[in-house]
Design a binder for this molecule. Structure first.
Ligand code: G3P
Length: 219
């Protein structure tokens, strides 16, 4: 499963890219607003750090406007992926852009039917938001399972399932168990994936025992 980092924070992206775990980045208007920085500057900076897909969301709601915005955004770098909302205008835009070999991420997906529509529109990625479903006491992971099953029924579907609105390490694990293609993960959750008390305890014991030998590997 590919790991994208779900943030527009350059410091976090730089830091996490150094781990070698970052295959791409997703941003949205809320994440960009949080940085207080210029959208184009942020995207340029991210694309200079990460060579994989970098999602940049349009803000127009009509297809012509989305296409005009997409033109400006794709000019930033080759790895810009245009993010469109799951509306009829978004799907129309998706169809046009992907037929021109522009990568498209269809966002704000909350049902398997919506995911099917996005696949029919040729989406590169579909972004089901699992955390927001869980917030309503619905089952976000069940949606990922359904989309996986639907997509696997048809060889012609190449759309990748990009699990979004991830809130916990268990969301990442469950996405991988289901066979999602990508998880876009908030920086704090990505950092937390490595944590295990037994790893820390085991390492401390190894180092303490090594100390007792009085040896050094380098001398
Ligand atoms: O990639 C979409 C994601 O950022 C939404 O997450 O936590 O706002 O539901 P959240």
């Amino acid at each position: 499963m590919k790991f994208f980092v779900d943030t527009a924070d350059i410091k976090d992206i730089t830091d996490l890219a150094e781990t070698g775990m970052v295959d791409g980045v997703t941003t949205n208007p809320s994440l960009v607003a949080k940085t207080g920085a210029n959208f184009f500057d942020v995207l340029k900076d991210i694309c200079a750090i990460v060579s994989g897909p970098v999602s940049a969301e349009v803000t127009a709601t009509d297809s012509d406007g989305m296409l005009r915005e997409a033109d400006k955004l794709t000019a930033i770098a080759d790895n810009i992926t245009i993010k469109v909302p799951l509306t009829w205008d978004g799907l129309k835009t998706c169809k046009k852009l992907t037929s021109q070999d522009v990568m498209v991420n269809v966002t704000l997906c909350f049902s398997a039917n919506q995911a099917l529509l996005a696949a029919k529109a040729g989406a590169t990625f579909i972004s089901p938001f699992i955390g927001r479903l869980d917030d309503l006491a619905l089952d976000g992971m069940q949606l990922i399972q359904e989309i996986r099953q639907v997509y696997d029924n048809y060889d012609a579907i190449e759309t990748e399932i990009l699990v979004a609105s991830i809130r916990s390490a268990n969301h990442v694990k469950d996405s991988a168990l289901i066979g999602a293609d990508v998880a876009t993960i908030p920086p704090n959750v990505l950092r937390g994936l490595i944590n295990h008390a037994l790893t820390d305890k085991g390492l401390a014991a190894f180092l303490a025992d090594w100390e007792k030998t009085g040896q050094s590997i380098l001398s």
